[in-house]
Write a protein that binds this ligand. Structure first.
Ligand code: SAM
Ligand code: SF4
Ligand code: SF4
Length: 334
């Protein structure tokens, strides 16, 4: 068997960060004490161009990545992002999605859909402005994000997924209001355990609300039951309301790690490759592209990196791993 055939069965999702900048400063991702005015974000020349991203995506695609998610930082603040979507949408059979904080979605949804985007995930951690601000540190109304979600749905970027990170003491009281709001909407609300990504968010285990606790809170008011996964290794576990009001998802990255099934590979905005969300250094691909390497050279290089990976951070999380210099979520995009 060609070794790359085996590789094809192991990789599924490619996440591409297009910028490390963001117009929010979520406390769990970019606390403003660390990401203030003096913070040095990547410069424009350091970013991969859209053509470079498209070339790399084609290579990843031949290596098995059939699902591509555009992320950031905030991807919709990268200028002309729809041009990148157009380039990527020419790759056959690619499931092309994007994760956004929703702030620019109402104005961009139509252009994104026209460019070939299939679906969108919107992050929203609360429905009331006070809790929302406590999570993301901006004076931006929830209403605008809701308008973005509706605009995305109207242009056909369905089903819209809504990501809610739950942090104890801040927004666990928003779980049921979010559930009530999105039941029967056709959108899929997904709950995410607060993770120790990066080293700036001051993460503590007792700030997590576990997925079991979240499911218990929901089930108490709206009985739910589990659904079969869409495919083996699916990260979000699926549940449905027993009364037919739709589906929800849960991502228990901390309390129920899934490293053994991990099929994700990540590309940073400056072209570094990470085989784990909790990676430290990454591996440079930009130098290969700008250094005149062929697609075959780059494909062999990525194959080699993936073959050697032995990531299982979430399974071995401990006081020792806490000291590692982990990559920031706003840099690698989740
Ligand atoms: N800016 C976009 C957004 O917020 O959707 C895309 C990038 S953001 C880094 C991707 C996802 O990571 C968001 O859904 C966000 O809520 C999630 N996230 C960020 N920091 C997290 C953390 N510490 N634990 C769990 N999820 C986190
Ligand atoms: Fe920005 Fe998204 Fe991170 Fe919030 S989670 S700071 S919106 S990149
Ligand atoms: Fe994959 Fe790393 Fe997350 Fe484990 S900790 S599931 S290897 S990204």
């Amino acid at each position: 068997m060609n070794p790359k055939d085996a590789f094809q069965r192991q990789i599924r999702d490619l996440r591409i960060s297009v910028t490390d900048r963001c117009n929010f400063r979520c406390i769990y991702c970019m606390p403003k004490e660390f990401f203030g005015r003096e913070y040095e974000f990547l410069k424009r020349v350091e970013l991969l161009t859209f053509e470079e991203i498209a070339r790399l995506t084609r290579i990843f695609n031949t290596l098995g990545a059939k699902k591509v998610r555009i992320t950031g930082g905030e991807p919709l603040i990268r200028r002309d992002i729809e041009d990148l979507i157009s380039l990527l949408s020419t790759i056959p059979d690619l499931d092309l999605t994007l994760t956004t904080n929703g702030s620019l979605l109402a104005q961009k949804a139509s252009a994104l859909k026209d460019a070939g985007l299939k679906r969108v995930t919107v992050s929203l951690d609360a429905l009331d402005d006070e809790t929302f601000k406590a999570m993301n540190d901006v004076n931006f109304p929830v209403e605008s994000v809701l308008k973005g979600i509706e605009a995305a749905s109207e242009v056909g970027l369905n089903p819209v997924k809504i990501n809610m990170v739950v942090k104890r003491g801040i927004n666990e009281n928003s779980i049921l209001p979010m559930v009530r709001h999105f039941r029967n909407s056709g959108h899929i609300l997904r709950f995410i355990e607060y993770m120790d990504v990066g080293t700036t968010n001051g993460w503590r285990l007792d700030q997590i609300v576990s997925i079991n606790e979240i499911l218990g809170i929901i089930d108490n008011e709206f009985p739910i039951e589990p659904l079969e996964p869409n495919y083996q290794g699916e990260v979000a576990k699926r549940w449905v309301y027993k009364d037919g009001a739709g589906e929800i998802g849960v991502i228990a990255s901390v309390t129920s790690p899934f490293c053994g099934n991990c099929t994700r590979i990540r590309l940073s905005a400056e072209g570094r490759l990470y085989t784990c969300l909790f990676g430290t250094e990454g591996t440079d691909l930009r130098g290969l592209i700008r250094g005149g390497k062929t697609n075959d050279d780059i494909s062999d290089f990525i194959f080699d990196v993936w073959q050697k990976r032995n990531d299982r951070y979430s399974e071995i999380r401990s006081s020792k791993t806490a000291e590692l210099k982990r990559v920031e979520m706003s840099y690698i995009g989740g």
